[in-house]
Design a protein around this ligand. Structure first.
Ligand code: BGC
Length: 390
């Protein structure tokens, strides 16, 4: 028997510009990757060449039977030099939006997914006095191409972004989950919150919100107070800031246990994924419940959930478990509008191509796409062709 997800539920896959387009040369992350002696093991290079192959990507999404596609518009392409807005790049993203609409795919557009223009970073990044207004100007520049778009994510994982800033400064690639990192710089977190609010002001008429890295913090050994404090700066303050938003994006992969002295390592005997995170499909249902408890009444869109694995059957196992938890949460009355799997493609995982999160494999030399069995399974579940749970 097929359990039911709400009518109009969005079933899709997600990507981001820097991780898939290739040659994002005016961005801060490109500069970091290509610095002599960079601490990042691999550079993004051509990525999946989705900048040219986006039609093929959209055809795959549609062909699987999905009805939504999340992607990001790259600020570093739209405004490669401060104050110069590229009409050609805006036209490129307009074609992408129209490509979704023509195929009956609901576009879920992210305006900022971790990368910023290099000029922005050189001017002091999010802590610079003009940062929020700079982001607002970029959002204004993008508005004219958003016709027909309903869902707009302002900033992807501001909590992760703020934590990564410290890791980048220390030139240390964070192998660990976001939630185990040192707390975000408060000034950056405040600026991101203000930038999100500024963007939402500009986005009247759209459904706008931001997407949060949900870490499933769990107190161990009676460390409830420590856990609450730990979670506040790394996640909860960002959830609370969405209280009056049109929706909130939940992004969940795993959990982080918190003891009296902070984050505990993943236990030696735990099952792990390629990123070293604990295999924990329950993460999604828990994250949705936690988010709903912090911002009751705000509709939830699962904007990311998935697993880095070389074993595609494990992807199905993980996703099936995650969807079961999600379905239970919906049955309990939580307002969830869709599920967007991370990721459509095996893409650039911020320093390495090794962790493969994709439903679709990408040949690193020819960029040929190969749809994996997990993608077919997911498409069948999404379009009602397969019994679920099965
Ligand atoms: C990010 C993605 C990333 C994924 C897996 C999220 O933190 O939004 O860009 O690839 O998780 O690590």
């Amino acid at each position: 028997m097929r359990t039911s997800f709400p009518d109009g539920f969005l079933w899709g896959a997600a990507t981001s510009a820097h991780q898939t387009e290739g040659n994002n040369v005016a961005s801060d992350f490109w500069a970091l990757e290509n610095r002599p002696g960079s601490f990042l093991p691999q550079r993004s290079g051509d990525a999946c060449d989705s900048y040219h192959r986006w039609r093929e990507d959209l055809d795959i999404v549609r062909g699987l039977g999905l009805n939504a596609y999340r992607f990001s518009i790259e600020w570093a392409r739209v405004e490669p030099v401060e104050g110069h807005v590229s009409r050609a790049e805006l036209a490129h993203y307009r074609r992408l939006i129209e490509g979704c609409l023509e195929r009956g795919l609901t576009p879920v557009v992210t305006l900022h997914h971790f990368t910023s223009p290099l000029w922005f970073q050189k001017a002091g990044g999010w802590k610079a006095p003009g940062a929020v207004e700079g982001f607002r100007r970029y959002v204004r520049a993008v508005l004219p191409i958003l016709d027909g778009v309903e869902w707009v994510c302002t900033i992807n994982e501001p909590n992760m972004l703020a934590m990564m800033a410290a890791a980048v400064k220390a030139e240390k690639r964070e192998e660990n989950v976001a939630g185990a990192m040192p707390p975000p710089d408060r000034a950056i977190a405040d600026a991101l919150t203000a930038a999100h609010r500024a963007a939402r002001e500009e986005l009247a008429g759209f459904r706008s919100g931001w997407t949060i890295a949900n870490q499933n913090f769990e107190a161990v050994g009676g460390a409830d107070a420590e856990c609450e404090e730990w979670a506040w700066s790394r996640e909860d303050r960002f959830l609370d800031a969405a209280a009056s938003d049109d929706f909130i994006g939940v992004q969940a992969y795993t959990r982080v246990r918190i003891g009296r002295d902070g984050a505990l390592p993943v236990p030696d005997d735990a099952r792990r994924t390629v990123t070293g995170w604990e295999f924990y499909p329950e993460a999604l249902g828990n994250a949705v419940r936690h988010t709903a408890s912090r911002v009751p009444g705000v509709p939830i869109l699962v904007t990311e959930n998935g697993i880095a694995t070389a074993d595609d059957a494990e992807r199905v196992e993980y996703t099936r478990g995650a969807l079961a938890g999600l379905h239970e949460a919906i049955k309990d009355g939580i307002d969830v509008r869709g599920y967007l799997h991370w990721s459509l493609l095996d893409n650039y995982e911020w320093g390495s191509y090794e962790p493969t999160f994709g439903l679709v494999a990408v040949d690193r030399t020819t960029f040929a796409r190969t749809v994996k069995p997990s993608a077919r399974w997911f498409g069948d579940v999404a379009s009602g062709r397969a019994a679920y749970p099965s």
